[in-house]
Design a protein around this ligand. Sequence first.
Ligand code: ATP
Ligand code: MG
Length: 277
Amino acid sequence: MKVRELTMKPIIIAIANQKGGVGKTTTARAILTKMAEKGFRCLGIDLDSQGNLSQGFGIDFPEDLHDQGSAALLAGYLRGERDLLPYITRIENKHPFDLLVGNDALDDMDELLIKKGEGVSLYTLKDALDAVQFDKKYQYIVIDCKPSITILTKAAMVAANGILIPVEPKYYSEKGLNRLLSTIYDIRRQANPRLEIYGVLPNKVDDRQRQTKEFYLLMAQCFPDLPMYKGIPQSVSVSDTDAGGYMFARRSKAAIAAFDSFAEEFLQRLEEHHEQL
Ligand SMILES: Nc1ncnc2c1ncn2[C@@H]1O[C@H](COP(=O)(O)OP(=O)(O)OP(=O)(O)O)[C@@H](O)[C@H]1O
Ligand SMILES: [Mg+2]
């Protein structure tokens, strides 16, 4: 039996970048789908009030699920509840898994947590998840963060074992990355010294563009130690999407295949890495 199966503490991955539209949700989707397909017990956490991850898994109106989801779970935890499983939604895909949906209640939760002060609020998600983890229910938890660094995004970093950062190869992307990294370093100092950076995933890569080349050069110069995944190509037809704006059109085979092989590699590296710890 693998060592990690004996300890059964879930590995928590936060997918974060305060820049909007870089592919956080699409990446979360790809990873969760892959994990479920491989038979891992996993939980997705939609921590974005836009609810895109939830919609991507077929929940068209996550805002109608008042008694479920990540905001309701946090509120329940703050009220002193410890049975948090009722907040979880089962996604009945071919390979089912669990999800804490995201909806606009998360914005209120962000405000409430600000009022409580970072001393308490930074730890709320971690503590709430620990309560769920007592059930030894999950091997992996994947958190899809919103496109801004709010207290909830920081709370995700406090709860996580590691961060995965999707990035678009654009001019000035490295500036945004610098800001994100300084938040990660702050969180390490303040609350989660073992927080890792699993890597950067360049997405919407168009090799014909000059800024792509410059992006890679700058990354090598500015962040030589940051693990970098093979980029996902920009697919013209991906933006030609369904209502939720994150489903790939059928024609965008290259991007779908690239996300799938990324997820495969990511999961494999993750397994090997945590096996060694
Ligand atoms: N490789 C790609 N090529 C083209 N379009 C893509 C690619 N990856 C993602 N997209 C599209 O870009 C849009 C944004 O992607 P996604 O929602 O995953 O980003 P996000 O970082 O989660 O956005 P937000 O910051 O709003 O949460 C979606 O419409 C998605 O389908
Ligand atoms: Mg998103």
